[in-house]
Write a protein that binds this ligand. Structure first.
Ligand code: UFG
Length: 343
């Protein structure tokens, strides 16, 4: 095998970043990881090594440090692409601390792009979100649906990030794919890496697994009065390994010059909507554990239902989710048991 192409992976020790590091390594690339460890730990590197047999190079720093950002490009003059995960991701926190979110999610993006241009790194993958659609008028939602006014500063940083990138591709010699993720869940099937939520989990699946293991008394289901078949809200949950794979596929599209435009966006979901109640039932079936829950009021800012039209990703990227919600819940549960044992 020839020399591995180096890919800068910001936030590469985070939940989606670490799974993408594994997929990159398994597909002949060499990730160069930057992470400020604000929401993860250095042990994740060992997990990546256990799965792949390779310990990638890792730089612990905050991308708001412009000098360090420049240094990474001069240290790695052979970089072929950037996958930019590093960002703050808590919707509620972003409402409380908007400036923190605008600064963390937009300044590093700009610094990275400036250095990418000056060092001639022409391929960039951005972590966007289905949150840009708000509550879509039509379901499943496709990429031509209007971007609605963001419900939170977090969501707004994803919209503005896409605008920054699109404008930059118009003016400069760089090409970008923005992946609009639906709801990533699960963990690597090896249980060597997974999600490490900070404090009380905000997201459904880590809350479910922490409840099942006895760390939380019960799951609070936010609303059963939505206009959906069982009254609970509907999302498109996809396995994090499928999502990680989408990044490698998108990167290969850019490297092989198969992209049709300099700025492209793709929905990354399964195309299937699942309600909160269906998730609870699926978890119980897969694990054989009864999950205590209570219905409480709706969570502010939550939409009723969203799931992806995935035809564009299938046709253009040749990517399709392969794993089921059952696979993801089984892997999330295996990971939860593993991390509780090791603590
Ligand atoms: N939910 C509960 N109880 C919980 C947690 C969640 O009932 O304890 C419900 C929510 O109300 C929602 C569904 O489970 O109906 C999924 O909630 P998540 O928090 O797991 O996911 P969201 O769809 O709200 O959020 C995700 C990402 C965000 C992103 C958002 C919109 O986590 O980063 O999608 O794109 F902004």
């Amino acid at each position: 095998m020839g020399k591995r192409k180096e890919i800068l992976l910001t936030g590469g020790l985070g939940y989606i970043g670490s799974h993408t590091a594994v997929e990159l390594l398994e597909n002949g690339f060499m990730p160069v990881i930057v992470d400020d460890l604000s929401n993860t730990t250095e042990n994740v590197l060992d997990g990546i090594e256990k799965i792949t047999g390779i310990k990638p190079v890792f730089y612990p720093f905050d991308l708001k440090n412009k000098k360090k950002v420049k240094e990474i490009f001069s240290k790695h003059p052979q970089l072929k692409g950037i996958i930019h995960f590093a960002a703050s991701k808590y919707v509620g926190e972003s409402v409380e601390k908007p400036l923190l979110y605008y600064e963390n999610n937009l300044c590093p993006l700009i610094y990275l792009l400036k250095q990418a241009l000056s060092y001639g790194v022409k391929n960039f993958i951005f972590s966007s979100s289905c949150t840009v659609y708000g509550q879509p008028d039509k379901l499943p939602v496709d990429e031509s649906a209007p971007v609605k006014k963001a419900e939170s500063p977090y969501g707004n940083t994803k919209q503005i990030g896409e605008e920054i990138l699109e404008d930059t591709t118009r003016a400069e010699d760089i090409q970008v794919i923005s992946l609009r993720y639906f709801n990533p869940i699960g963990a690597h099937p090896s249980a060597e890496i997974g999600e490490l939520p900070r404090g009380v989990p905000q997201n459904l699946v880590p809350f479910i697994t922490q409840t099942a293991i006895g760390l939380r008394e019960k799951l609070y289901i936010f609303g059963d009065d939505y206009p959906t078949p069982d009254g609970t809200a509907i999302r498109d949950y996809l396995h994090v390994v499928d999502l990680a794979r989408a990044h490698v596929t998108a990167l290969q599209r850019l490297l092989n010059k198969q992209n049709k435009k300099k700025f492209e966006v793709f929905n990354i979901g399964t195309g299937k909507g699942t309600s909160v109640m269906e998730m609870v039932k699926a978890f119980e079936e897969v694990t054989g554990k009864k999950l205590p829950y209570e219905i409480v009021g709706r969570r502010p800012g939550d939409v009723t239902a969203v799931w992806a039209d995935t035809r564009l990703a299938e046709k253009e990227l040749g990517w399709k989710a392969e794993k089921t919600i059952q696979d993801a819940l089984r892997d999330a549960w295996r990971w939860e048991k593993k991390i509780r044992k090791s603590r």
